[in-house]
Design a protein around this ligand. Structure first.
Ligand SMILES: Nc1ncnc2c1ncn2[C@@H]1O[C@H](COP(=O)(O)OP(=O)(O)OP(=O)(O)O)[C@@H](O)[C@H]1O
Length: 570
């Protein structure tokens, strides 16, 4: 349960980012609001003028000028409507772009653990659904609210001037309408939530399945997955239909209730005219004001429902924006000379899992090439993630060159460690772009040098467009070994003092691996290297081979020795 204080703090924080997004557009929003208020005044003047026209008509007086005045007001009203629509669309588009950019940047800065705890579809829905809904609400509902209220209150006031009793009768029956709307609105909120949840489910499934298409095809599950998708699309359709039915029923219901009210009013006013207590012109004005009120009441009917839906979006965005980003309080930019890597008394457990490291110690000397082996799940990749601060240990200290990792700026730390990860990730871009990602502003010659060093140059030259070949999503148009070579080239281009190869040659053919090892010995000698590998050829490159096992670590070469690792070891 959230405390009152916490809830208040979250509410303040949620309005803070919203205010920051709106501030640059305050001028346009206020201008649009003013134009809309003028529009409302123009619409309020027309029933009154209509009454005057009728009165003059009855006594055979000239009314041409009045008709012209009404026409000018109508034109002005529509012109203002056009200007406001364009301005608000501009603001809404800008809001989506700037807020989207900010939310995206924040999502990138959140720890990997935050993302791993969520479905990607839910995270996408923040960017593609919630931001659109919120900006549409601000420009389409919130800003027009005041002019709507002005039309509503102004219309009621004019009616009161014309026939106080009738206006009071209308004003008294309105709360009934408002309560009915509120009751319907209450049903809207869960539906709005269910509909955005169903949308997120559908997009999460689409994203996952399209990525897993080769698995789906090879396991002959295409029709099963198509049925799954259809079922979720159906679920979305059903909930959206319930939402739409409720939403769409509100306008006609309010319209009918409003029209009934207007007719009732007309009937009462008719009697006043017959008894000579009201002029015909006043009756016409009253009728026109009654009609004028129907539209704001109908639109106000939507406000509750759309507010509920937008509040849901706002809360989801707020929760994401309030999630703490990776701690980056370091100030140092460069590693010192001699990048000894030391893990001292490190405890680490993934949330909800047993501890992986407890009092874990390891010392890798600067310039060493250390091979890490061990059974699946021993924690080799996690060790690397700790070094890159992709995950934070719960206790202990990790240092490079005697300096705690946390004293380096995150970008600086990661920028000086080259990683070829187990699962190679490539962009859907050219070979050149993918390698150049390792270093901004790299020249073609440097890119080719890195490609030669990773034994990638020859296969790249064999591709249809050489270095300009597009590799496809996740490098789908390349083989596993080719992808690894590109990833290696990307890491080498960075020329990092620390290089981590996580099963980086696992997909190399034996000749390719031997060649790579021969050629790479020089490259590796210039830096501190951690190789996660089980391949004998790669192990031969290492100065030391360490075996990880259930949180402990043993040195197995050159002389096989076991060091107690839980706690304290190498
Ligand atoms: N994001 C995560 N959340 C929870 N547990 C995780 C996460 N990533 C890894 N683990 C668990 O942590 C343990 C160590 O995983 P890790 O990937 O570090 O092992 P590894 O030694 O690199 O294995 P492999 O040789 O199979 O690559 C495993 O039991 C794994 O299930």
């Amino acid at each position: 349960m959230q405390g009152k204080g916490e809830r208040a703090a979250r509410a303040t924080a949620s309005s803070a980012w919203l205010k920051a997004w709106l501030r640059p557009h305050a001028g346009v929003l206020v201008l649009s609001l003013c134009l809309m208020l003028v529009q409302s005044l123009a619409s309020l003047a027309q029933p009154w003028l209509g009454g005057l026209v009728t009165d003059r008509l009855m006594v055979d007086q000239g009314f041409g000028l009045l008709l012209w005045l009404i026409f000018v007001l109508v034109c002005a009203q529509q012109l203002l409507g056009y200007l406001v629509a364009v301005q608000l669309q501009k603001v809404s588009g800008r809001l989506v772009a700037t807020a989207g950019g900010e939310v995206y940047a924040h999502l990138q800065d959140l720890p990997l653990a935050w993302h791993q705890a969520r479905r990607r579809g839910d995270v996408h829905a923040l960017l593609l659904g919630d931001i659109y809904r919120l900006s549409g609400y601000i420009t389409g509902t919130l800003v027009p609210l005041l002019p709507l209220l002005l039309t509503f209150v102004g219309g009621l006031a004019m009616m009161f001037r014309l026939a106080p009793l009738i206006a009071v009768a209308v004003a008294v029956s309105l709360p009934v309408l408002v309560i009915a709307l509120k009751l319907v609105g209450r049903r809207m909120r869960p539906l709005a939530h269910a509909s955005s949840q169903a949308w997120a489910d559908l997009s999460a499934l689409a994203e996952q399945n399209l990525e897993l298409l080769p698995v789906i095809k090879t396991f002959a599950k295409s029709s099963l997955e198509a049925d799954n998708y259809r079922a979720r699309a159906e679920a979305l359709y059903r909930v959206q239909m319930r939402e739409a039915r409720l939403q769409s029923a509100m306008s006609p219901a309010v319209y009918v209730a409003g029209a009934g009210l207007v007719l009732l009013m007309l009937g009462l006013a008719g009697h006043l005219v017959i008894r000579d207590e009201m002029r015909v012109g006043e009756l016409v004005s009253l009728f026109l004001y009654g009609m004028l009120l129907v539209s704001p009441i109908t639109q106000l009917a939507h406000v509750y429902g759309t507010t509920q839906a937008s509040l849901g979006s706002m809360h989801r965005l707020r929760d994401a924006l309030l999630a703490p980003v990776e701690v980056d309080s370091g100030t140092l930019d460069r590693f010192p000379e001699g990048v000894d890597i030391v893990f001292a008394g490190v405890d680490f457990a993934y949330p909800g899992r047993d501890p992986l490291f407890r009092g874990f110690d390891l010392h890798i000397r600067a310039g060493e090439t250390v091979a890490l082996t061990g059974i699946n799940g021993a924690g080799k990749s996690t060790l690397v993630h700790v070094l890159l601060r992709l995950v934070e240990p719960q206790a202990g200290r990790v240092s490079i060159g005697g300096i705690d990792l946390r004293q380096f700026r995150l970008d600086a730390l990661r920028g000086q460690i080259g990683l070829v990860a187990q699962q190679v990730m490539l962009f859907n871009a050219t070979v050149t772009d993918n390698i150049a990602y390792g270093r901004s502003g790299a020249t073609r010659i440097q890119i080719e040098q890195a490609a030669r060093a990773s034994r990638a140059h020859d296969f790249i030259m064999g591709l249809p467009e050489g270095y300009d070949t597009i590799v496809g999503d996740q490098g789908i148009r390349l083989s596993g070994g080719q992808k690894q070579r590109l990833a290696l080239a990307r890491a080498l281009l960075k020329d990092p003092p620390i290089l981590i190869l996580d099963e980086a040659t696992a997909m190399f053919d034996p000749e390719g691996e031997a060649e790579f090892i021969r050629e790479c010995a020089d490259v590796l000698q210039q830096r501190t290297v951690i190789m996660i590998t089980h391949r004998p050829a790669s192990l031969a490159l290492a100065d030391r081979v360490l075996r990880m096992d259930a949180g402990s670590i043993h040195e197995v070469t050159p002389s096989v020795q076991t060091v107690s690792a839980m706690p304290g070891n190498l």
